[in-house]
Design a protein around this ligand. Structure first.
Ligand SMILES: Cc1ncc(COP(=O)(O)O)c(C=O)c1O
Length: 562
């Protein structure tokens, strides 16, 4: 176990090589090296890291750069701060063998040939025997943990269980501000040309500013694909998608999201909506009975799909630091869907301790963690917190989407799947639609490889940040009694209402004043909890945001009465 806390020899063990011409920030490079060292087992659990000052001096960087790297890795669960101001490798991180060479960002920056490093499929299958055995045992067949250990449908583990086999469960309210719109409606109500009610200002959630779609850069990639791709590439393909996109995504995800991905484990799908549908089919096929979802959480994807597939749905309460793990232990679920980097809708980030605990839960139970990483790229106060998948690639499915970063209409999403589940997910994908459109995939691969995606994110981050700031300023001015939460990332903010205000009454009064806004209530599984409002600000100008908050203040005055 741990080395002495004064062992500055570890500075050399960290094997950090900084490339000052790479365009990757120095703190990111330090993070990537340390992450890779932990994943490979070179830096063992409990090992002390050198003091920030020592490492900074050794690397010739400012201390702040090292502090930022340590803080980031602590937030992600790789490092732990100890009393006395020193930092250790967290106790709970097992070495990862998914992609040889430690598939952390450092490896992906320097690894010349991802495919030449051995088969992750073979390596990781052995690591997750529990999950694999549990999930493949089928209902009532397998011993021990895993799916066979869960209670039969109908047993009671808490008040928030929603029984399966109700395809309509949760479908009455969809994202967007018109609860009567039904599932056929599109997320958000103010989408161009859509049938939703027209509000003066619409804080409906689920919209991305598609007017900023990088048309010129995308067109360059389309041109490249159409002029260079041989004809035979446009024939049927295997359900996983095109290899160019697997490669480009792995490079991006490992570098920017801290995943431990390998091209062999990536499955391209039509957005998160299809990704979660495929995963639920696979879980059911392997005998799953119960799925845990954050409470509150979105009510137009996993909840509806799981109910329709006959799974019991159990809500796990969400606090300021994300899902409450003790409730997860009691839930006896076979899988959990989480939004750990930015909980939807409350905006919390799952704490490092909770991440480790969720992973321990998954390991012990042979359960699957489904990580919905829908909008983490937009983080405004610091680098986005890395994905959980990087901590336990054999137990976590990473789900990404272009819906928040580029456009929901692209219908482009990607899964990084534990090796032992890849074949099943691909089979489900082939059955669903024989694979996602090739030209779009190749275009996105080229777009990523050219660095256009990074450029687009760099351009959009300040745009969304200004809109968020306008919202927070307006709330401070007109409604200081509301308590904004989850403000550090994403494209929406929740503001909690004071106890004397009824959420539904506020939403209704707001609509009367020409303001579209959702309450948190319709997204709760248990139906209880404080009142709150969800402000989607992504497509609104700063002046529209200010006007919307002023309308809300008028509506709230009306609710309160004279
Ligand atoms: C929580 C959550 N996950 C995922 C998505 C993206 O879904 P999709 O990729 O199907 O467009 C959204 C979009 O609104 C979302 O709110």
């Amino acid at each position: 176990m741990g080395r002495s806390r004064t062992n500055s020899g570890l500075a050399e063990d960290l094997l950090i090589e900084l490339d000052r011409d790479s365009g990757v920030s120095l703190h990111r490079q330090i993070e990537a090296s340390i992450r890779a060292g932990i994943r490979s087992g070179r830096l063992r659990a409990g090992a002390s890291l050198p003091p920030t000052r020592t490492l900074a001096a050794g690397l010739g960087v400012s201390r702040g750069v090292v502090v930022e790297a340590y803080q980031q890795l602590t937030a992600e669960g790789y490092l732990a701060s100890r009393s006395g101001g020193y930092t250790q490798v967290a106790a709970s991180i097992p070495p990862t063998t998914t992609a040889a060479g430690g598939p952390g960002s450092a490896a992906s920056m320097t690894r010349p040939d991802r495919r030449g490093t051995g088969s992750s499929v073979a390596a990781s299958a052995g690591l997750s025997a529990g999950l694999s055995a549990g999930l493949s045992a089928g209902p009532g067949v397998g011993p021990g943990d895993g799916l066979s250990a869960g209670p039969r449908a109908g047993s009671s583990v808490g008040s928030s269980v929603v029984r399966g086999t109700h395809p309509s469960a949760g479908s009455s309210a969809v994202r967007g501000t018109d609860p009567s719109a039904g599932l056929s409606a599109v997320r958000g109500t103010g989408f161009d040309g859509g049938p939703g009610p027209k509000f003066r200002v619409d804080f409906g959630y689920g919209r991305t500013d598609v007017s900023q779609f990088p048309r010129a850069a995308w067109l360059r990639s389309v041109r490249t694909v159409l002029t260079t791709t041989p004809n035979d590439r446009f024939a049927y393909l295997d359900g996983r998608g095109v290899p160019e996109l697997h490669e480009a995504l792995c490079d991006y995800l490992d570098r920017v999201r801290g995943t431990a991905s390998h091209p062999d484990n990536v499955v391209i799908c039509n957005g998160y909506g299809q990704g979660i549908s495929l995963l639920i089919q696979v879980l059911v096929g392997r005998g799953a009975r119960r799925i845990a979802l954050e409470d509150p959480s979105s009510n137009d994807d996993a909840r509806v799909l799981a109910g329709a597939a006959g799974l019991d749905v159990v809500g796990i309460p969400v606090g300021p630091d994300g899902v409450q793990v003790d409730a997860l232990h009691r839930a006896e679920a076979d899988a959990v869907v989480l939004t750990p980097s930015h909980q939807w809708p409350t905006g919390g980030v799952l704490s490092a301790a909770a991440r480790a605990e969720v992973i321990r839960w998954a390991e012990r139970r042979g359960a699957l963690v489904i990580e919905d990483d829908y909008d983490a790229e937009y983080r405004y106060d610091r680098s986005p917190v890395g994905a959980m998948q990087g901590l336990a690639p054999d137990h976590v499915v990473y789900c990404g989407t272009a819906s928040k970063t580029l456009a929901p209409g692209l219908r482009l999403g990607w899964l990084v799947v534990p090796a032992h589940l890849v074949a099943d997910v691909v089979e489900a994908k082939v059955l669903a639609d024989r694979g996602s459109p090739v030209i779009d995939q190749l275009t996105f691969a080229d777009f990523l490889a050219r660095g256009e995606f990074d450029r687009h994110l760099r351009r959009m981050r300040p745009v969304y940040r200004r809109r968020r700031d306008a919202l927070l300023n307006a709330l401070r001015t007109h409604l200081p009694e509301l308590e904004p939460a989850g403000i550090a990332a994403g494209q929406h903010v929740v503001a909690w209402l004071p106890p004397d205000l009824d959420e539904a009454m506020v939403v209704t009064a707001a609509a009367r004043h020409g303001l579209g806004i959702n309450g948190v209530g319709p997204y709760r599984i248990t139906g209880t909890g404080p009142g709150g409002l969800i402000f989607g600000y992504a497509i609104l100008s700063e002046s529209a945001i200010a006007e919307g908050v002023a309308l809300l203040a008028t509506a709230i005055r009306e609710v309160r009465g004279p």
